[in-house]
Each structure stands twice: as C-alpha cells, then as structure tokens.
Write a protein that binds this ligand. Structure first.
Ligand code: S3P
Length: 168
C-alpha cells in the first residue's frame, strides 16, 4: 500500500462512510469525509448550504476541500456523490491517492437513502428515478476516475475492506 491517502467515490448510499471508517480503522489511518468537513467549516448542514449558496456554492466548497487534502497522507477520504462532476475535482482526486469507486445498484442505493432527509438532491417526488438519472450521468465519471471498482451490494463491510487492501 502506498504511503498516500485513499479516496472513496460513488453514489449517495453506496457505503462510502461505513466502508471508509472500517478501512481507516484497519489501516490505523485517519478517516475524513468531505461532507462533514464542509459542515464543520460552515457550522450548518448540507441542506442549509444548498439553500443558501445553491448547489454551485456547495460544489465550490467541495473543490476547496479536495485542495486542502491534496498534500495529506494516511487519510481515508469519503467524498460526496457529486464530487466527480467537476473536471478539476477529478484531477485533484487522483492527486490525493488511489481512488476506489464503491458501486451499488439503483435498488440498493434507493433502499439505503429513502428515509434520509439530509440529501437535498433526493428530496423529489420520485427519488428512485432521481437516483437512476444521477447514476446514468455519473457512472462514466466514476469509472474514469477509479483505480479500483468494488461492488458494495450485500457484501459485509470487512470483506470490502479486505478487497480494497488486497488490490491497492
Ligand atoms: C451529493 C451527495 C451527498 C452530499 C450532497 C450532494 C450528490 O453526499 O455531498 O447531498 O451530489 O450526490 P453522500 O454521497 O455522502 O450522500
């Protein structure tokens, strides 16, 4: 394993935070999450940031967050599902370390996010369809950034961690 950091990308509900925490514990590395960093910096929740600054403002904060992480080592960094949208972010992600795309089906993503009110992009009458649309748009971007793709499906977290450690 290189002495850099590891970045986890993927859709909302793919398991980035859960897998990231377990992976960081396994490696005795620090765990961080761009959404939490932004919430800590601003002192408000993601939905409030979307409300006040719009999605564009939130995306600018995500980029700044990646810049701040680009020189850190021994961190497992979970990222917001839309981090791959900006070309600059995709470049920065590769700079931070190996990028792992955590992949899950629309059904799994929907099941894991359907009760969550903290994701502004899913507050629509038909969140399942929204997930489908977002995934269709983002899948090629996730794949273009990824050094490793891991299905999170019904696999236990410790097996996902094992797979990542073996592959990197
Ligand atoms: C977003 C995903 C969220 C959060 C924000 C936007 C997205 O993070 O960054 O609500 O565009 O997919 P998670 O992927 O951790 O839910």
């Amino acid at each position: 394993m290189s002495n850099q950091s590891i970045v986890l990308i993927g859709m909302m509900g793919a398991g980035k935070s859960t897998v990231g925490r377990a992976l960081a514990r396994h490696l005795s590395w620090e765990f961080s999450d761009t959404d939490h960093v932004i919430e800590n910096q601003t002192g408000v929740s993601i939905p409030v940031i979307f409300e006040i600054e719009g999605e564009a403002g939130f995306r600018r904060r995500e980029t700044q967050c990646l810049i701040d992480f680009s020189n850190k080592s021994a961190v497992v960094l979970a990222t917001g599902g839309g981090i791959v949208l900006a070309e600059e972010n995709r470049r920065l992600l590769k700079q931070i370390g190996p990028v792992v795309y955590l992949k899950a089906s629309v059904q799994e993503l929907f099941q894991r996010t359907k009760l969550d009110k903290n994701r502004p992009l899913l507050q629509t009458p038909n969140p399942r369809q929204r997930i489908e649309e977002l995934l269709a748009q983002r899948k090629p971007l996730y794949e273009s950034c990824a050094d490793l793709v891991v299905e999170t499906g019904r696999q236990p977290v410790h097996l996902i961690v094992q797979k990542i450690c073996k592959a990197l």
